[in-house]
Write a protein that binds this ligand. Structure first.
Ligand code: C2E
Ligand code: CA
Ligand code: CA
Length: 280
């Protein structure tokens, strides 16, 4: 009995494509939303949609590393990318209405298979239209691997997404081999500085200097910059000193269920985010 209870309190990750299909068909894919904060105004200006899978036995949520590798290996990831967009788009439209004239966009992660699956651009257009979400309020977050895949297709998918009016940002920026060249040859409107560089901000580590240089690079190129994984006030202070436009991380908020993001947006509508309020 004790053994049984213990087993039941641990969420079980799907181990086969069949398990994953069954979970997706049963509506167990949910989305967590992590606020992205403007360091200039203190307002929440965006949120990143992050996939979660509910374990039917415990109700607990599995993080992406428990099911995304399987989804990638078994050809299910494009379906997940679209399901996340379908859940997030109407919510983002609602959050924009709630915020009135304040800017707010939603970030969706796009995998290689998600980008190359036929019909992506139509799917994005139709989903935005059905949700009343203007395409400029949708940001596709792609890594360098995804860019390289589109390169193989002459960059046509990303250009079509750009033509639709959506924004495309480079995720985990600075970790790849040719991030710079990609910036020049694709319609990239922003970068997300990988948290390994942010982690060292405020220390004397080389990674921190690279992080600051990446903020500067984004500013020189006139594109948006989001620092990822901000956890400490020291990191925030270094980013503010470098005039980084925006940031995301546990210091502001962990990824939240949709209804908690609604509450977070309401409580931070006029007030500056917690770390600033605490400092004053
Ligand atoms: P990512 O796109 O780089 O997402 C940011 C990750 O950093 C998230 O992990 C987030 O919870 C975590 N994070 C945010 N702030 C902090 C912080 O201050 N400290 C630390 N240590 N971590 C922080 P998560 O939700 O586990 O997602 C992991 C990865 O899974 C994502 O990395 C993304 O590559 C992938 N992923 C998530 N959802 C999707 C999806 O819908 N489609 C695809 N293709 N990939 C997804
Ligand atoms: Ca991302
Ligand atoms: Ca990232």
């Amino acid at each position: 009995m004790t053994e049984q209870l213990r087993a039941d309190s641990v969420p079980k990750a799907p181990s086969t494509a069949g398990d994953l299909d069954a979970a997706l068909d049963a509506g167990l894919l949910t989305v967590a939303y992590q606020p992205i904060v403007s360091l200039r105004t203190g307002q929440v200006v965006a949120a990143e949609a992050l996939a979660r899978l509910q374990d039917p036995r415990t109700g607990l949520l599995l993080p992406p590393d428990a099911f995304i590798p399987l989804a990638e290996a078994t050809g299910r990831i494009a379906r997940i990318d679209r399901m996340v967009l379908a859940q997030a788009a109407p919510l983002a439209a609602g959050w924009r209405r709630r915020l009135g004239s304040a800017p707010f966009s939603i970030g969706i992660n796009l995998s290689v298979a998600g980008l190359t699956a036929p019909g992506l651009v139509d799917y994005i257009r139709d989903t935005c239209s059905a949700a009343n979400l203007p395409p400029h309020a949708l940001t596709l977050e792609i890594t360098e691997t995804v860019l390289s895949a589109d390169d193989g297709e002459d960059g046509s998918v990303l250009r079509a997404i750009d033509d639709l009016g959506c924004r495309v940002v480079m995720d985990d920026f600075g970790t790849g081999y040719s991030s710079m060249s990609h910036l020049a040859s694709f319609p990239i409107s922003g970068i997300k500085i990988d948290r390994r560089f942010v982690w060292e901000l405020g220390t004397r580590g080389l990674g921190g200097l690279v992080g600051l240089a990446l903020v500067r690079l984004g500013s020189d190129l006139g594109i948006d910059v989001v620092a990822e994984g901000v956890e400490t006030k020291e990191q925030l202070a270094a980013l503010e000193y470098a005039d980084c436009p925006s940031a995301q991380g546990y210091l502001f908020s962990r990824p939240l269920p949709a209804e908690q993001l609604t509450a977070f947006l309401t409580s931070h509508r006029r007030a500056v985010p917690l770390p600033r309020a605490e400092r004053s």
